[in-house]
Write a protein that binds this ligand. Structure first.
Ligand code: ASP
Length: 410
């Protein structure tokens, strides 16, 4: 009888085992065991995350632009959808940053005393204008080699736009991008399937080196993210249901509830798509509009992921003893908005894009090890919010389109 244990269950087991082993190492003074024999496996996992981030960002962005190119065909529905997605994601980033700064300034985020011998690069500070100039690459390969993520995004925007502009002559490139992205998605799936190993080893190492106190800090950063998720749902989705769709927030959340629960448990926007579709129908969204908005939303609209990336960035910067300037916060809003667009709708994908935000901010990506152990807990909440955002968009755009005088829908 060989029943396969599902990935979420494997992750929960790895999380508990990691905490227990970490505590055992901490209390028996066997910290070097965790550092010497467990952390290297965590390092391998982080290396794989770093390894995949450039191709994922490049290909997913180009693919996204090309699919937006098709949007011209769907006319006003397309532009309204993208405008809604971008505005709500930018608001999500601001909510995430404000909350994380409140927690940080209240001293709720720790500055870690890092074990001897561990190399933690301090984040380099850069002002906004320097960042602006630096995002334009003078050498494409240099951007890839150095994993300069802002430059990679600019390259993706230029390539995507140019492939689209080349029309029929650019067909081969278009097909290459979609085929290469399919391959990279498979690779990403494989790396994510290794996450129980990452969760176990990183959790054990973090608890062994930082003591039980780190569990309190992780609970606080989780709390911060969940307050952000709830605030965004209440402020943005309730208000847009009320103002744009003329629907009571209670009615909206009741209608979206099944998809929210499914998203929370599956941690995958893509897997939740059929349920989101039913909920949108139930809420009276136009079927044609839903079938455009929801699949696009499950690929590019990730408000929960944006909140998580902002909160996690401030938390990890604080762990490294760095407090970011206002200019850097603006850069986080831009980067996290783009990163959330580039995040695939599968569980764990947001962390790969967090690596991109950290790299762009000059923060050591290895710091991800501190929070990776509890990533699934972040992921469940952020996915729940992500799909709620998609449904809210479908409902609002349907209302806007139905209000158009005698105009055709597409
Ligand atoms: N799991 C999320 C989703 O599917 C993406 C993420 O990891 O942030 O929406």
């Amino acid at each position: 009888m060989k029943k396969k244990v599902s990935l979420p269950v494997q992750i929960v087991i790895a999380l508990i085992a990691g905490i227990l082993v970490g505590l055992a190492c901490y209390f028996t003074g066997a910290v070097s065991l965790a550092s010497g024999y467990l952390k290297p496996f965590g390092d391998i996992f982080v290396n794989l995350l770093k390894f995949i981030v450039v191709p994922v960002v490049l290909l997913s962005m180009i693919d996204g632009i090309l699919s937006m190119g098709d949007m011209r065909k769907v006319g006003s529905v397309g532009w309204k959808t993208v405008a809604y997605f971008l505005c709500t994601t930018a608001i999500a980033c601001v909510i995430g940053l404000v909350l994380a700064n409140i927690f940080d300034n209240a001293g709720l985020f720790p500055t870690l005393v890092l074990e001897e011998g561990a190399v933690w690069e301090k984040a380099t500070s850069a002002n906004f204008m320097d960042t602006l100039v630096a995002i334009f690459p003078s050498n494409m390969w240099d951007a890839f080699v150095k994993a300069n993520m802002l430059q990679v995004i600019v390259i993706a925007l230029l390539l995507g736009g140019s492939i689209m502009a080349a029309g029929e002559n650019g067909r081969m490139c278009r097909e290459f991008v979609s085929s290469a992205y399919a391959v990279i998605e498979k690779m990403m799936g494989f790396i994510i399937s290794l996450s129980p190993i990452g969760v176990f080893t990183m959790m054990a190492w973090v608890v062994a080196t930082q003591g039980a106190g780190i569990l309190g800090s992780l609970a606080l950063v989780l709390l911060c993210a969940y307050i952000g998720y709830a605030a965004h749902a209440i402020l943005v989705y309730s208000m847009s249901a009320r103002i744009f769709a003329g629907m009571s927030p209670v009615r909206f959340f009741k209608g979206a509830f099944a998809a929210m629960i499914f998203g929370f448990t599956s941690a995958s926007s893509a897997a939740t798509l059929p349920v989101s579709r039913e909920c949108a129908d139930e809420l009276g969204a136009d079927g044609e509009i839903s079938s455009f908005v929801l699949p696009l939303g499950s690929t590019i609209n990730m408000d929960g992921t944006a909140i998580y990336q902002c909160v996690a960035t401030i938390f990890l910067a604080s762990c490294a003893g760095v407090h970011l300037s206002l200019g850097q916060m603006v850069t986080i809003v831009v980067t996290a908005t783009l990163a959330s667009i580039g995040t695939a709708g599968v569980s764990g994908a947001g962390t790969i894009m967090l690596a991109m935000v950290l790299t762009a901010m000059g923060i050591d990506v290895n710091l991800i090890m501190i929070i990776y152990g509890v990533d699934r807990l972040f992921d469940m909440g952020r996915t729940c919010l992500n799909i709620t955002g998609d449904i809210s968009c479908a409902v609002c755009v349907s209302k806007w389109e139905s209000g158009k005088s005698g105009g055709s829908r597409r």
